[in-house]
Design a protein. Structure first.
Length: 241
C-alpha cells in the first residue's frame, strides 16, 4: 500500500490546458447568466417557506413521560427540545460505533500488509467501546424521562444524513488511514461540541441529574479528539518529512 500523496497525471486544474481553459472562459463570459441576480435565492426561499419540517418528536408513550412532560409544560418549558437533542446524540453515538468499526477494518488491512502506524487496533477499539457506552447513557436518559430511545427524532434524522459522507470516506477502499483519520476527527469534533450543547441544555431545563453521566462522556470525547488529532498529525508530518 503506497502513500496517498503522490504526483501523477492529475488534469483537474485549468492550468493543465491553458489554451482550452481560456476558450472555455471566453465562452462563459460571452453568455448571460441563466437566471437574474438573486434568482436562485428566491427559489430556495420559496421552498423553505412551503416545506414541512423533518419529522416530529413522538408524544410520550409511558405514564412517566406524560407526567414529566406535563410538569415541564406547566413551567413554560418545551421538553420536546431536550428529547430531540437526546435522540440526536444517541443516533450519532450509534453511528460512531459503526464509523470505528469501518476504521478498524481498514486499519487491520493496512497492518496485515506490513504498514507501521502510530496507534494500534486496541486504541481504536477503546474509542469504539466508549462510543457504545455513550449510546447506553443516552438511552437510559431518554427512558428516565419517559421518552422512547428507539424513536427517530428530527435532529437524529438530520445528523444521520450529515454523517453519511464520513462513512463513505471510511468505506472507500481507496482512502488511506490518514484520510480516514481526518474523517473520524471531523466526527469527533462534532461529537465533542454537541455534548457541550447537550449538557448546557439539560442544565437549563432542570435536568441536573444528567450532569455526571454526560460530563463523563464529554471528558472521554475530549480524549478521543486529542488522540485522533495526534495520530493524524504524526502520519501527515511523517509522510511529508
Amino acid at each position: 500500500m503506497e502513500n496517498a500523496t503522490t504526483m501523477g497525471m492529475n488534469r483537474t486544474g485549468t492550468k493543465s490546458s491553458p489554451i482550452d481553459s481560456s476558450k472555455m472562459q471566453k465562452f462563459a463570459d460571452a453568455r448571460p447568466h441563466t437566471a437574474p441576480d438573486g434568482g436562485i435565492a428566491e427559489v430556495r426561499a420559496d421552498y423553505v417557506q412551503e416545506a414541512d419540517r423533518i419529522g416530529s418528536v413522538p408524544v410520550p408513550g409511558t405514564l412517566t413521560g406524560v407526567v414529566s412532560t406535563g410538569a415541564d409544560k406547566l413551567t413554560g418549558k418545551r421538553p420536546e427540545v431536550l428529547v430531540d437533542k437526546l435522540g440526536e446524540r444517541l443516533a450519532f453515538e450509534r453511528g460512531g460505533v459503526r464509523l470505528y468499526d469501518a476504521l478498524i477494518d481498514k486499519v487491520s488491512a493496512h497492518i496485515a500488509a506490513g504498514e507501521g502506524l502510530p496507534f494500534g487496533i486496541e486504541d481504536l477499539r477503546h474509542n469504539r467501546d466508549e462510543e457504545l457506552e455513550h449510546a447506553h447513557i443516552l438511552s437510559s436518559a431518554l427512558e428516565s424521562i419517559g421518552a422512547d430511545p428507539t424513536a427517530q427524532t428530527p435532529s437524529a434524522d438530520v445528523i444521520g444524513v450529515a454523517s453519511t459522507g464520513i462513512m463513505q470516506v471510511l468505506c472507500d477502499p481507496r482512502t488511506t488511514v490518514a484520510q480516514s483519520l481526518s474523517a473520524i476527527l471531523s466526527a469527533e469534533l462534532t461529537d465533542h461540541a454537541s455534548w457541550e450543547l447537550l449538557i448546557d441544555l439539560a442544565r437549563q431545563t432542570g435536568h441536573d441529574k444528567f450532569g455526571d453521566p454526560f460530563g463523563h462522556a464529554l471528558k472521554q470525547e475530549e480524549e478521543h479528539v486529542r488522540k485522533v488529532r495526534s495520530w493524524l498529525s504524526q502520519m501527515v508530518v511523517g509522510e511529508a518529512v
